[in-house]
Design a protein around this ligand. Structure first.
Ligand SMILES: [Fe+2]
Length: 223
């Protein structure tokens, strides 16, 4: 029902434009300042889309969000989980919240673990998983109130219960991919082959270097 346009921004970050081609209503997921407003604006203009929502999957630590800039330029309401720190969000989401877009609905699944306010956006046939579920990986859990046990439960109690053919669009990929499926991840994602205790221990021990923009991105995306 919806058209999906992925946008590679920088350092493997991904944004998406989701649009109903009939009613021409659109949502942008996880926009990044580094892409510049035209990366989004040109597509909106080209396709004659009206921006209804700017959706963040979580408070990003690796890029500065352009949600407020895009809201100023193109309209639309910023939606994030209710416990995200951003004071200027227009819509506070919780597990099970729905947003109507064109002829359909976007459903919100709370998928905490990478951060405590991470959500997945579900549309017919696809999910936008943020950093909860990546292609062949998951987000880290060692800052922004991340929690490895919560991430395990989000993966297995929410995402892995979706139909296997559900398309997965993550917030990051470093190999140029923008899509996988629940079935592919269930079979091939190394972190989904682990027993619960092993998964928690592995994530608890996983402290890669902080993202390059961490000191800038977190305060800017939170205030
Ligand atoms: Fe993240």
């Amino acid at each position: 029902m919806y058209d999906i346009t992925p946008i590679h921004t920088s350092r493997g970050c991904l944004s998406y434009i989701v649009a109903d081609p009939v009613t021409r209503e659109a949502a942008i997921i996880d926009p990044s300042q580094e892409a510049g407003p035209d990366a989004y604006g040109d597509i909106l203009k080209e396709k004659g889309l009206e921006l209804r929502y700017i959706l963040e999957t979580h408070t990003h630590a690796d890029h500065v969000s352009s949600a407020r800039e895009l809201r100023g330029l193109f309209g639309g309401k910023i939606a994030m989980h209710e416990s995200s720190p951003l004071p200027s969000k227009d819509i506070a989401l919780a597990d099970g919240s729905t947003l109507s877009l064109g002829r359909g609905t976007i459903e919100v699944l709370a998928t905490p673990g990478h951060t405590d306010e991470s959500v997945t956006y579900r549309i017919p046939g696809a999910v936008f998983t943020g950093d909860a579920l990546l292609i062949g990986g998951t987000g880290r859990t060692d800052f922004q109130r991340g929690n490895s046990t919560d991430l395990y439960e989000s993966l297995w109690q929410k995402l892995m219960r979706l139909p296997e053919e559900t398309i997965v669009h993550p917030a990051h990929n470093y190999e140029g991919r923008t899509a996988s499926t629940i079935g592919e991840e269930k079979r091939e994602n190394p972190r989904l082959q682990m027993e619960k205790e092993t998964f928690i221990a592995a994530l608890d021990a996983h402290h890669p270097p902080l993202p390059e923009l961490f000191d800038t991105a977190v305060p800017k995306n939170s205030n």
